[in-house]
Design a protein around this ligand. Structure first.
Ligand SMILES: Cc1ncc(COP(=O)(O)O)c(C=O)c1O
Length: 417
């Protein structure tokens, strides 16, 4: 397919950008001697799992569905078997705050590592996992809560926030870890650099040293923005090597965002332009609520190709007064527009953007960084159809766009009765 033949809205995942991220992660794996897993919750476009499996050690699932997906689809190039127990296969890890017994049976058959969020869950499911663990087929870990917060902006993404249900607190751990536990897990970061990771681990070294000595491996969770341009990769590598050496532990990282950061766009068409009191409001065929829920949930304002500036909807007043603000060259240019959706939700606004010119009805706009936490979270509220999923191959050819999936009315209907 050529670009001009694509429908809107469409998520377009760029193979070239994905590979660039994967090369960085592979460097960390190799130079630090650690294992890196794809956190499927961020990006589960399994059409590219074989590509990712060529670079990473496996996946980490949030529950039975993602674990099954990895088992079926996370296949190394040139092989047949997906993530799961068995020599040479990618690893299949799973963490869920609480499991159902019927799921535990299946998880024990397809996973290589299972993480528990409480001692009660560990013991409840012991009759199911213990035989597999004894047979050497399964790693068992406890998730700890280091009670060491490094985030200020997003309490909703902070597992160390007061009242958190995620992870076992130091005061709740017995002196000796229960029989069968061979690993520890912590996940406390969100879109952060190496500094907060190091500070967090130092607090774990201080408060949990006896437990670090009782296990063979540790998983440092996700939230590491390793593939962001300003991430200090050499410092990460040096830190991981030091931890490995000092504590004699096998180390896992399980980033989601970093795998597909800036590796996808969402194209959308302007359907109408409504003159509101402050600026033109464009109605798009993409929706924040349906197609990029994190824009409202985080919240954040996604990048838009060609925009001179972007602000959140809350900043409307400052945009109007800044409308004629001079740019770097002292020239006054551009016009603020509000980009909104055709759903009924008044707050379904993606952001305010200063553009060189006000787009016209029928124009196509491109939002950046739309591979992660987009298609895994989308929904059909108002009967909005889901965007097509497109893979842009790493090629110069005009027809480098492959339609991976198109959605229609049936996808909407089949979820409802
Ligand atoms: C346990 C766990 N691991 C890994 C991740 C992936 O995090 P990120 O996509 O920010 O790297 C998350 C995200 O919420 C998580 O909860």
């Amino acid at each position: 397919m050529k670009y001009s033949e694509l429908r809107t809205p469409s998520y377009i995942v760029q193979e070239g950008a994905l590979v660039k991220n994967l090369e960085i992660l592979k460097r960390v794996r190799e130079e630090a001697g650690v294992k890196i897993l794809l956190a499927e919750k961020a990006f589960s476009m399994y059409r590219v799992y074989p590509l990712i499996a060529g670079y990473l050690d496996g996946t980490t699932a949030s529950g039975i569905c993602e674990a099954r997906l990895a088992h079926e689809e996370f296949v190394r190039p040139g092989t047949q078997e997906g993530a799961g127990p068995g020599p040479g296969r990618p690893e299949n890890h799973v963490f869920e705050p609480a499991y159902k017994t019927e799921e535990m049976w299946e998880l024990c058959g397809i996973c290589t590592h299972i993480y528990f969020n409480s001692l009660a869950q560990l013991e409840l499911h012991r009759p199911v996992w213990e035989p597999c663990q004894r047979a050497g087929r399964l790693g068992i870990a406890l998730r700890i809560n280091p009670e060491f917060s490094t985030q200020e902006d997003h309490a909703i993404y902070d597992p160390c926030a007061p009242g958190s249900r995620l992870g076992i607190r130091r005061s709740q751990l017995p002196e000796r870890l229960p029989e069968g536990v061979t690993g520890l897990h912590f996940h406390t970061l969100c879109e952060q650099g190496v500094g907060p990771l190091i500070r967090t681990f130092r607090s774990i070294e201080k408060n949990f040293p006896e437990y670090l000595r009782q296990v063979r491996w540790i998983n440092m969770g996700g939230g590491h923005h390793i593939t962001r341009a300003d991430y200090d990769v050499p410092r990460l590598i040096a830190f991981l090597r030091e931890v490995k050496e000092r504590w004699q532990l096998e180390i896992f990282l399980e980033p989601g965002e970093a795998v597909a950061l800036n590796a996808g766009t969402l194209i959308t068409k302007v359907l109408d332009i409504v003159e509101t009191e402050d600026m033109p409001t464009l109605i798009l065929d993409a929706s924040a609520a349906c197609h990029m829920p994190d824009v409202l949930e985080m919240p954040y304002t996604p990048p838009l190709l060609g925009a001179l500036e972007a602000r959140s909807p809350a900043e409307a007043a400052s945009c109007v007064s800044g409308n004629a603000a001079p740019d770097d060259s002292g020239e006054r240019r551009g016009r603020w527009v509000r980009l909104a959706s055709r759903t009924c939700l008044a707050g379904d606004v993606i952001g305010l953007y200063r553009l060189p010119e006000v787009p016209e009805t029928g124009d196509v706009l491109t939002f950046g960084d739309m591979a992660i936490y987009s298609m895994v979270k989308n929904n059909t509220f108002n009967g909005m159809l889901l965007p097509d999923i497109v893979l842009e191959h790493d090629s110069e050819a005009e027809d480098r766009f492959e339609i991976v999936k198109q959605f229609g009315y049936r996808d909407f209907k089949e979820r409802l009765s």
